[in-house]
Design a protein. Structure first.
Length: 319
């Protein structure tokens, strides 16, 4: 398998966390995991780049690094009120034209918008900057509550930890759910948060944070093979189905039924990658009852068939 080249474009003053999101997923060598990515950091020109953390980082590569990158990551852009350097805009546009995937974390969406890469397209950013992005770039369809949006050639995410969610999602799209889950385990991160999930959970009417769904979610994940329904989740949480649905909408941005389906399909993806079990057996193990139901649900969420997915991501030697 060819190595996927990722270049992170840093701009002063650089946010260290957003850069670390990309570096942790694409740039770290981990025991037991094959090297699937080659990671590099570049700037407008080689040299020292100030950071928000009060120190400078030394960048050895200039914009020429974008000419050979398969994915270009913009890990935030703090100078978003000013026009970007023309050379940076030109380099991003040229990378996109030749087929590179362009990824923005948090405020990096402003740079992509300046480059015209988000015109008449969906995008997100940190919820505190979403109104500003929409006002400055009215041709961009800003979704302020979304964790991340992947359009294939362009992807954007909300702030801070959502950058990790997006990078893990891209690793999942590139190399399968099992590979991304292994990276997440090394990082002690949840393996999968859907892009449509809300950026934050709203407080209740009295200003208190909502009661966490973590315990009932963990309970359900251990029982995906069982015929669980919304009533079962509500009973386990000790609340009514209506209250459960409201909490799911507030905290996850989806219905309980949709969340269950997402988890079952995610579990099926892992089994397709890591085992040679028949599709019928996998369907039973993840609670989708039959091969036909699994195929239908799988195609709805993953846009391919279980057989095609297995051919793409099943292990093959040191693949």
């Amino acid at each position: 398998m060819s190595v996927h080249r990722v270049a992170a474009l840093v701009l002063p003053p650089q946010s260290t966390f957003e850069l670390a999101c990309a570096a942790e997923v694409f740039g770290m060598s981990r025991p037991g995991l094959p090297a699937r990515y080659a990671f590099a950091v570049c700037g407008e020109r080689p040299g020292a780049v100030p950071t928000l953390a009060g120190y400078d980082m030394v960048v050895r590569l200039g914009l020429a690094a974008l000419e050979t990158a398969d994915t270009v990551v913009v890990p935030g852009w703090q100078d978003r009120e000013r026009p970007a350097p023309p050379a940076v805009i030109d380099a991003l546009r040229r990378a996109h034209r030749r087929g590179a995937r362009i990824v923005a974390i948090c405020s990096g969406a402003f740079l992509l918008a300046q480059a015209g890469l988000l015109d008449h397209r969906r995008a997100t950013t940190h919820w505190r900057m979403a109104a500003d992005l929409a006002a400055r770039f009215p041709d961009v369809q800003v979704e302020p509550d979304t964790l991340y949006i992947d359009l294939g050639d362009v992807a954007t995410s909300a702030g801070t930890a959502a950058g990790i969610d997006l990078c893990l999602h891209l690793a999942r799209a590139d190399h399968g759910a099992a590979h991304a889950a292994r990276i997440a385990r090394h990082m002690v991160m949840p393996p999968h948060r859907e892009g449509g999930q809300l950026q934050y959970a709203a407080q209740d009417r009295d200003g208190h944070p909502p009661e966490s769904l973590a315990l009932v979610l963990d309970w359900a994940l251990e029982r995906l093979h069982e015929p669980l329904g919304v009533g079962d989740l509500a009973a386990q949480a000790g609340i009514s189905p209506r209250t459960l649905a409201r909490r799911f909408a507030e905290q996850l941005g989806v219905t309980p039924g949709r969340w269950l389906l997402q988890q079952r399909v995610a579990a099926a993806r892992t089994l397709l990658e890591e085992t040679d079990l028949p599709v019928e057996t996998i369907a039973t193990r993840v609670g989708l009852s039959s091969a036909a139901n699994l195929r239908r649900r799988f195609h709805t969420l993953v846009r391919t068939t279980p057989a095609a997915y297995r051919r793409s991501f099943a292990p093959c030697g040191d693949r």
